[in-house]
Design a protein around this ligand. Structure first.
Ligand code: SF4
Length: 702
C-alpha cells in the first residue's frame, strides 16, 4: 500500500470543461483522480485527464534559461529580454514589440502580461491563441448581449431535454460534459440529441439525429429555423417585445434566404425530412440547449453563425432559464480567463474594450499606467503578418506553439526566422516554435504552477502546485514581473505571489464599476493568502450581493447593452467555397480524443498514443476509389499554402469530396504532418478568427 504524502485539489490543464482533479503524491509518484466535489465533473475524468500523471517528470523539459543557444543564469536572461525590448522600443516605438499568449496560461500570468504591454510598455499588440479558439463567440456574445458572457451553466444540462451540438464533437473534445448529456438521454425518454456536423463524429453515436450538412452552411440552417418558428407561430412575442431589439430585420434576412425548408435543404445539402425533424423538435421542446464550439467559431463567418444560433434562442425566450440557452464550449482550460484580463488584442482589461474612453481611463487610473494604449492591436494573423513585414521586431511567445497551430504555418516559420528578437517561454525544450527563439525562458507547468483558470460556464477554479519547480523554471507571472522591473517598471509589478495578482485583478473588475460591466469579481478582491489557497470553484460575477457567484445570467431579461435589451443580428448565409480543379477536395481539421493541441504534453503519455499513434487523412470510400488509394497508403495533400504527407484512413464518416486531418502533429512527432500548413490565413472580418475548418486540397498517392 502506498501511503499518501500529500493530496492536492487542482484543475485539469486541458479542455474548457475545467474538471477538478485530486492529485495524490506517494513515495512512488503522483496519481490523479477526479475531484468528487468539483461542480464541473463530480469526480469524473476523461482519458486525457486520467493520464496526467504519465506526463510529469523532467524529461524533455527546458530547465535553464538560454541566450543564443547557450545556457545562462536568470539575471542574464531577464536583462537580455529587458534590454532587447528597450532597444527596439527606443528605435522603432512601442508598437514594434508584441506578445503572443495562450489559453494554457493561468489568469494571473495573463494579467501581468497584459498590464505590462498595454499599460506600461504602451504596445497594444497582445493577442493569444484563444483568437484561434473563441474569438467569434466573443464577438457574437458582444453583439447580442453587450458583453462576452455565457448565459447558462453546466447544471442546465440535467434540466434540458433537447441538446443541439453544432460544430462540436463533445464526445472527444468535452468528454465529461458529454457524459452528463448521455446520462440525461438515457434517463429520459423525451430527451434527444441532434448533432450538426459535416462529419459523423463519435458524438453521433449517442444522437437521435445527425445533420451531415454541407460545410459552412450553418447560418442558412439556423436562419431556416428562425423562419420556421415564425411560420409555425412559435415565437415568444412577449420576450421579444420586452427584452430584445432588432427582431424584424433578423427575421426578414432569415426569410429572404431561408423562406422554405426546401431552400434550406438544397443549400445545406440535407434531406428535407431531416431538417423538418430538427425544426419540429426545437419548436416543441422549450428545454433546449444549443452547444457550439470550433466548427462554428473557426470560419470566415463564425460570428454570424454564433448570432444565427442566439437569434433562435432570443426568438423563443430560451435564455436565462433553467435547461435552455445558447452555450459556447470553450476549447482551452483558460480561454475564458484570458478574455477576462484583456488577453485579446481588441480588449484592454477586465472585459473593457476600446470603445468606451471613460472606462479606458479608469483602467489607466487604476494601474497608474504611464503608457496606456488607446486603440486595439494586431489580432493573431495580423500580428504574424506584421512580423513578416518587419513592422513588429520583437515578439514574446508564451506557452504556445504557433509554428504548428497557426494557419499557413510555414509562413509563421519564415516570419519568426526574420524577426530580430524572438523570446519564447515554455515548459519544454524542443517545440517547433522554440527552434526560432533568441531567448528561451523555462516556465513552470501544470502540477508546478499556482493560480486560477475559468472554464466554459464562467467558473473560476484554482490550479494548485503539488510538485516543486524543476531545474530553474519559474512561474510565467514571475518571469514577466522580473522583466517589467528590469525595464524600470517596479511600481506596478512588485507581486510576490499569484494571490496578490488575483486580488488586484479582482479589484480592477470592480473599480468604479457601477454595474455597467458584466465581468465583476470584486467580492474576491480582499481574499487573504489563506482564503485564496482555499478558494472553491465559483462562477462570476461574484459581487457583494452575489457572494456565492452567479450560475445563470439574464433571468431578469436585463442584458449588458446600452438599452438593456438583447440584440438580434440580421445574418446572411455567405456563398460557400467550392473546390477548384487544381484543389478538388475540401479539407476539414480537428482534434482527436486522446491528444491535446500540438501534443507537447499528451505526446508524452504512452497510453494516449494508443488511440492514434500517427497522423492520417480520412477519405470517403468513393474518393479513395477515384484516386486508387487503399487504407494505409501514404498520400500527399497539397495546395498553395503547403503540403502534408500522411497515411489514408477510409471511412464514410466523411462526405464524398471532403477530407479530414487531425490538427495535433508537429515536426517534433512527424516531420511532414503539420495540418495547419494547408489552411490559408482567411479570417472572420469581425472576430479575426482564422477559418481552420475549411480549406481545399489536391490529393496524390505517394
Ligand atoms: Fe480534462 Fe477536459 Fe477531460 Fe475534464 S473533460 S478531464 S477538463 S480534458
Amino acid at each position: 500500500m502506498n501511503d499518501i504524502l500529500t493530496r492536492t485539489l487542482t484543475t485539469c490543464p486541458y479542455c474548457g470543461v475545467g474538471c477538478g482533479i485530486c492529485a495524490s503524491e506517494t513515495a512512488k509518484g503522483v496519481t490523479v483522480a477526479g475531484d468528487s466535489t468539483h461542480p464541473a465533473n463530480f469526480g469524473r475524468l476523461c482519458v486525457k485527464g486520467s493520464a496526467l500523471a504519465q506526463t510529469l517528470g523532467d524529461k524533455g523539459r527546458l530547465l535553464v534559461p538560454q541566450l543564443n543557444g547557450e545556457n545562462c543564469d536568470w539575471p542574464t536572461a531577464i536583462n537580455a529580454v529587458a534590454e532587447g525590448l528597450q532597444q527596439i522600443i527606443a528605435q522603432h516605438g512601442a508598437g514594434a514589440v508584441a506578445m503572443y499568449l495562450s489559453g494554457q496560461l493561468l489568469t494571473e500570468d495573463y494579467y501581468v502580461a497584459n498590464k505590462l504591454m498595454k499599460g506600461f510598455i504602451g504596445s497594444p499588440h497582445v493577442d493569444t491563441n484563444s483568437r484561434l479558439c473563441m474569438a467569434s463567440t466573443v464577438a457574437g456574445h458582444k453583439r447580442a448581449f453587450g458583453a462576452d458572457v455565457v448565459p447558462g451553466c453546466y447544471n442546465d444540462i440535467e434540466q434540458a431535454r433537447l441538446f443541439v451540438l453544432v460544430g462540436a464533437n463533445m464526445a472527444w473534445n468535452h468528454p465529461v460534459l458529454f457524459g452528463r448529456i448521455q446520462a440525461v438521454i438515457q434517463a429520459n425518454d423525451d430527451a434527444r440529441l441532434v448533432v450538426i456536423d459535416p462529419r459523423r463524429s463519435a458524438s453521433c453515436e449517442a444522437a437521435q439525429l445527425h445533420l451531415k450538412l454541407r460545410p459552412g452552411s450553418d447560418v442558412l440552417l439556423f436562419n431556416g429555423l428562425l423562419s420556421f418558428l415564425a411560420e409555425q407561430g412559435k415565437l415568444d412575442h412577449r420576450f421579444i417585445n420586452l427584452h430584445t431589439e432588432g427582431f424584424a430585420s433578423a427575421l426578414a434576412s432569415a426569410q429572404q434566404q431561408a423562406s422554405t425548408v426546401e431552400l434550406v435543404a438544397t443549400g445545406c445539402d440535407l434531406p428535407v425530412e431531416q431538417i423538418l425533424q430538427f425544426y419540429r423538435w426545437f419548436t416543441e421542446q422549450p428545454l433546449s440547449l444549443t452547444l457550439f464550439s470550433q466548427g462554428v467559431n473557426q470560419a470566415i463567418d463564425g460570428t454570424d453563425k454564433v448570432n444565427a444560433i442566439i437569434n433562435c434562442h432570443l426568438a423563443t425566450g430560451r435564455i436565462g432559464k433553467a435547461g435552455s440557452g445558447p452555450f459556447s464550449l470553450t476549447g482551452q482550460p483558460n480561454a475564458m480567463g484570458g478574455r477576462e484580463v484583456g488577453g485579446l488584442a481588441n480588449q484592454l482589461a477586465a472585459h473593457i474594450d476600446y470603445s468606451d474612453k471613460t472606462q479606458q481611463a479608469l483602467v489607466g487610473e487604476f494601474w497608474q499606467a504611464p503608457n496606456l494604449v488607446q486603440q486595439p492591436g494586431f489580432k493573431a494573423v495580423e500580428l504574424f503578418d506584421a512580423i513578416e513585414r518587419g513592422e513588429v521586431k520583437a515578439v514574446w511567445i508564451v506557452a504556445t506553439n504557433p509554428v504548428v497551430s497557426m494557419p499557413q504555418a510555414d509562413r509563421i516559420k519564415a516570419a519568426l526566422a526574420r524577426c530580430p528578437l524572438v523570446i519564447v517561454s515554455d515548459m519544454y525544450q524542443h517545440t517547433d516554435t522554440l527552434a526560432f527563439a533568441t531567448i528561451k525562458l523555462p516556465a513552470l507547468g501544470w502540477s508546478e504552477k499556482d493560480g486560477t483558470v475559468t472554464n466554459s460556464e464562467r467558473c473560476i477554479s484554482r490550479q494548485r502546485a503539488l510538485l516543486p519547480a524543476p531545474g530553474q523554471a519559474k512561474a510565467d507571472w514571475q518571469i514577466i514581473c522580473d522583466v517589467a522591473r528590469a525595464m524600470g517598471f517596479s511600481q506596478g509589478f512588485n507581486f510576490s505571489s499569484a494571490a496578490q495578482i488575483f486580488a488586484e485583478h479582482a479589484a480592477l473588475s470592480g473599480y468604479k464599476n457601477k454595474g455597467q460591466r458584466a465581468f465583476n469579481i470584486s467580492a474576491l478582491a480582499n481574499l487573504s493568502a489563506a482564503q485564496y489557497q482555499q478558494l472553491n470553484p465559483v462562477q462570476w460575477p461574484v459581487t457583494e450581493d452575489r457572494l456565492q457567484g452567479t450560475a445563470r445570467l439574464f433571468a431578469d431579461g436585463e442584458f449588458f447593452t446600452a438599452s438593456g435589451k438583447a440584440q438580434f443580428v440580421a445574418v446572411y448565409q455567405r456563398t460557400l467555397s467550392l473546390p477548384s480543379a487544381a484543389t478538388p477536395l475540401l479539407l476539414n481539421s480537428g482534434r482527436l480524443r486522446d491528444q491535446w493541441h500540438t501534443m507537447t504534453r499528451t505526446g508524452r503519455a504512452v497510453s494516449l498514443m494508443q488511440h492514434y499513434s500517427e497522423p492520417f487523412v480520412t477519405l470517403h470510400p468513393a474518393d479513395a476509389a477515384l484516386y486508387g488509394i487503399a487504407a494505409g497508403d501514404f498520400v500527399q495533400l497539397s495546395n498553395a499554402s503547403g503540403q502534408m504527407l500522411v497515411r489514408a484512413e477510409i471511412s464514410d464518416s466523411q462526405r464524398s469530396g471532403e477530407t479530414f486531418v487531425p490538427m495535433h502533429w508537429s515536426a517534433q512527432f512527424a516531420s511532414q504532418a503539420r495540418a495547419d500548413v494547408l489552411f490559408a490565413a482567411h479570417t472572420d472580418p469581425i472576430s479575426g478568427q482564422p477559418a481552420l475548418k475549411l480549406s481545399q486540397v489536391a490529393l496524390r498517392r505517394m
